[in-house]
Design a protein around this ligand. Structure first.
Ligand code: SAM
Length: 232
């Protein structure tokens, strides 16, 4: 679904590479752990300690990869479209291998990973289906695919795209698409995945402590974490 019909900000919009290439300078200071890490911590599956090699699709600066390493996963490979984000990930050192590629066609080997994860990237994709298919191709039988997403309800109700403040102090949007929950389910089922867990993160006191202006969004869902699994 097009975001433009919900846009309440009217920021100038740039593509993913341009946007993250600029946002990289303060990305880590502006992304709240409440958005993704708090949801990852709530998952019952997968059993992180049993994972031997994970693929981190849209790895950015390595926040997600670092969290996986801290959970004891010995090897994580990362894929991202933005060289500047990859350079920070490279310096962080949480990943074994970092690849500059689209998550729809990573170039990584078939069935090489017993976990795929993609955190906070899908709103930038026009079509979810190639992501779910690529995660399927990359993973071993029975592997999980964890996807953390900016909640479509929040994008619609706030009218706020994914955005950052550039060096000149301008708020700039990065191409944002709205994928409904049913879009995720349809794309995942078509690729072969089965849903085993779904959590939604809402605007609560911990969010309001960092975003006091968001009181009007109290109890609205802002992010979600899906855990998909292969049956065989
Ligand atoms: C919000 S960041 C998330 C990074 C990291 N997963 C995290 O949680 O901090 C989104 C990342 O997705 C990447 N990205 C967006 N679309 C992509 C695509 N089609 N293929 C590869 N990477 C993409 C961007 O370059 C950016 O680094």
């Amino acid at each position: 679904m097009e975001f433009s019909g919900f846009d309440a900000r009217g920021y100038r919009t740039v593509d993913v590479r341009t946007g993250y290439g600029e946002w990289v300078t303060n990305y880590e200071q502006t992304v709240e752990d409440a958005m993704d890490i708090a949801l990852l911590e709530r998952l019952h599956e997968p059993s992180w300690a049993t994972v031997t090699r994970a693929v981190d699709l849209g790895c950015g600066t390595g926040r997600t990869g670092q969290w996986l390493r801290d959970k004891g996963i010995p090897a994580v490979d990362g894929v991202d479209l933005t060289p500047e984000m990859l350079a920070v990930a490279h310096r962080r050192g949480a990943h074994d291998r970092l690849v500059e590629a689209d998550v729809a066609a990573s170039g990584l080997p078939d069935a090489a990973y017993d976990l795929a994860i993609s955190s906070l990237i899908d709103e930038h994709l026009d079509d979810l289906r190639p992501l779910y298919r690529e995660a399927w191709r990359l993973t071993t039988p029975k592997a999980p695919f964890v996807l953390v997403t900016f909640h479509p309800h929040f994008i619609m109700t706030s009218g706020m795209p994914t955005h950052y403040t550039n060096g000149a102090g301008e708020s700039v949007a990065i191409t944002t698409n709205i994928h409904l929950v049913s879009d995720h389910v349809r794309a995942a089922l078509a690729a072969g995945w089965r849903l085993v867990e779904l959590h939604e993160g809402v605007i609560d006191d911990s969010w309001l402590a960092v975003k006091p202006k968001w009181e009007r969004f109290r109890n609205h869902p802002i992010s979600a974490a899906y855990v998909w699994r292969k049956d065989d």
